[in-house]
Design a protein around this ligand. Structure first.
Ligand code: DC
Length: 225
């Protein structure tokens, strides 16, 4: 069985940067589970699926053609043979993603895809329900958090740097808090700190400090290469 490092937390807590670096250090594949929810959201919007209709979302969830391939230290996704790129990172997708992610058929499909990825090797997976629902038995489970201000600042900087959007910090914060509210109150696999997960508040920590905290908490045999 492959080793799985599971990292959950709200938007902008630093999960992606931390998981990517930990993955590089250990030679584990980085898995961005949120991208799968974004892909289904993007395809809903492209195909005229009403994201206020649980029935329409549920019926559509199985139909999206998603291919997963290990590539350059991460699992890359292709939809109809194409990489989605920044098309899944827009403010519009942000506004619809948590509505799509609360539907059980969507969660069941993505959970099955994520569990199947252990066939590719050791993984570091970031998301909202990896520690609680997808890999609850992993001995390496983390809950990464930060203040809403710090999270909004990071997300806004990232959007500007990547040329995705140019929203005010207030607008980014409002969108992020709206998503957090839906993600943490939904019926199936809500975002919450799992019993036994190690909580790290990254508000006043550097990226290196968070990475070191994660590395030190891993089972010794995983880091003794
Ligand atoms: O991490 P992100 O912002 O890319 O996530 C996009 C959406 O998907 C967000 O609403 C949370 C949801 N999500 C989820 O419900 N479960 C996961 N494991 C990962 C993301």
């Amino acid at each position: 069985m492959a080793n799985v490092i599971a990292i959950d937390g709200p938007s902008g807590a630093g999960k992606s940067s931390v998981s990517r670096i930990v993955g590089q250090r250990l030679g584990y594949l980085h898995v961005d589970s949120g991208a799968l929810y974004r892909i289904i959201t993007w395809q809903c919007l492209e195909n005229g699926v009403n994201t206020d209709s649980p029935e329409e979302i549920g019926a559509f969830a199985e139909k999206v053609d998603i291919e997963c391939r290990p590539e350059n230290g991460a699992i890359a996704y292709y939809v109809g043979g194409e990489a989605p790129g920044n098309r899944i990172r827009t403010p519009e997708i942000n506004a619809h993603a948590s509505k799509v992610a609360r539907e059980k058929p969507v969660r069941d499909r993505i959970t099955a895809i994520l569990r199947g990825m252990t066939r590719y090797g050791n993984l570091v997976i970031e998301g909202r329900d990896i520690t609680t629902a997808v890999f609850p038995d992993s001995p390496a489970r983390f809950y990464l958090t930060a203040s809403a201000e710090a999270r909004a600042r990071r997300r806004q900087k990232e959007e500007v740097e990547k040329g995705i959007a140019n929203q005010s910090a207030e607008a980014v914060k409002a969108s992020l808090l709206a998503r957090d509210a839906i993600d943490s109150t939904r019926k199936y696999a809500p975002l919450k700190k799992a019993d036994g997960a190690i909580e790290i508040d990254s508000s006043d920590l550097t990226l290196d400090e968070v990475v070191e905290t994660v590395m030190r908490a891993l089972p010794k045999e995983w880091t003794a290469a």
